[in-house]
Design a binder for this molecule. Structure first.
Ligand SMILES: Cc1ncc(C[n+]2csc(CCOP(=O)(O)OP(=O)(O)O)c2C)c(N)n1
Ligand code: SF4
Ligand SMILES: [Mg+2]
Length: 252
């Protein structure tokens, strides 16, 4: 593809405050994604799709073309954009409710078709935007608005293992990882690898990101960080799960 000219200075927008609650992990995950986009020099051909949920607060976060979709439908919308113009770099950004519940079929179908898009899913263990209801990622015993006595696996199962499932249904060449907002350098490297997977046309790329939601967890700063670093990894293993043969392990 012919090299595109640099983005004119007049297109750049002034920086402004983000809209996430204090202590929210969405902004950290987006920072890693933004750094990866800059490092790869793909800003002018990136299309960012965000879901309904707190992910939609990112609709004016980046100076890239952005589409805000119906809840759970970010993945098929970005598949459509990619199929219409394969030169674009298409990123579907969603929550765990959007990706693993209402939009689960879209994620599964895009992964098994090996669509050449990048999906990034924020795992904050519940439906944040609507006030903290149980999601497929809610952990056993975790209290939410709809599990006031704690999630009972007998009644509602165990937390979804999204990356492990997607690694199983994608062919060789796909990229699948689980990162965390507590390891920004590792997370950025995962973002770079996922985007490179798409740029090189190798296959579907997917990153689940362990993230914080102090507002619905009702935690102070110390409790928030220990929930992220100590409780969540008991159920969600951090690391690269499926990498192309030519790539090594991500740095910590
Ligand atoms: C079709 C449809 N169903 C339900 C809703 C209500 N709704 C809005 S945001 C949301 C939860 C989002 O949770 P998640 O995807 O985990 O994102 P988070 O807010 O946690 O980042 C729901 C159920 C909706 N907007 N549209
Ligand atoms: S409700 Fe939770 S996920 Fe949503 S912006 Fe606030 S802290 Fe972040
Ligand atoms: Mg959520």
């Amino acid at each position: 593809m012919a090299e595109k000219p640099a983005m004119p200075a007049s297109w750049r927008v002034e920086s402004k405050p983000h809209k996430f609650c204090p202590g929210c992990g969405h902004g950290i995950a987006l920072r890693a994604l933004g750094q990866a986009i800059d490092e790869l020099g793909i800003q002018d051909r990136t299309v960012f799709g965000c879901d309904i949920g707190c992910s939609l607060l990112a609709w004016d976060f980046f100076n890239v073309d952005t589409i805000q979709t119906h809840h759970g439908r970010t993945t098929p919308v970005m598949v459509g954009v990619k199929r219409a113009n394969p030169d674009l770099i298409c990123i579907a950004y969603m929550g765990d409710g959007g990706g693993y519940a209402i939009g689960a079929q879209h994620l599964v179908n895009a992964a098994s078709r090996n669509d050449k898009i990048t999906a990034i899913l924020i795992n904050n263990t519940q439906y944040a935007m609507t006030g903290g209801q149980m999601a497929p990622t809610t952990m056993p015993g975790q209290k939410t608005e709809t599990t006031p006595y704690g999630r009972d696996p007998e009644l509602t199962g165990l937390p979804a293992q999204g990356p492990e499932m997607i690694a199983t249904i994608t062919p060789e060449g796909a990229y699948v990882a689980r990162g965390t907002v507590s390891k920004l350098r590792q997370l950025k490297k995962m973002m770079v690898r996922a985007l490179k997977c798409q740029m090189e046309g190798r296959g579907f790329s997917f990153i689940e990101v362990l993230s914080t939601c102090p507002t619905n967890w009702r935690t102070n700063a110390r409790e928030t960080w220990s929930f992220l670093e100590e409780k969540m990894p008991q159920y969600f293993q951090i690391g690269e799960i499926k990498i192309p043969v030519s790539e090594g392990d991500a740095d910590e």
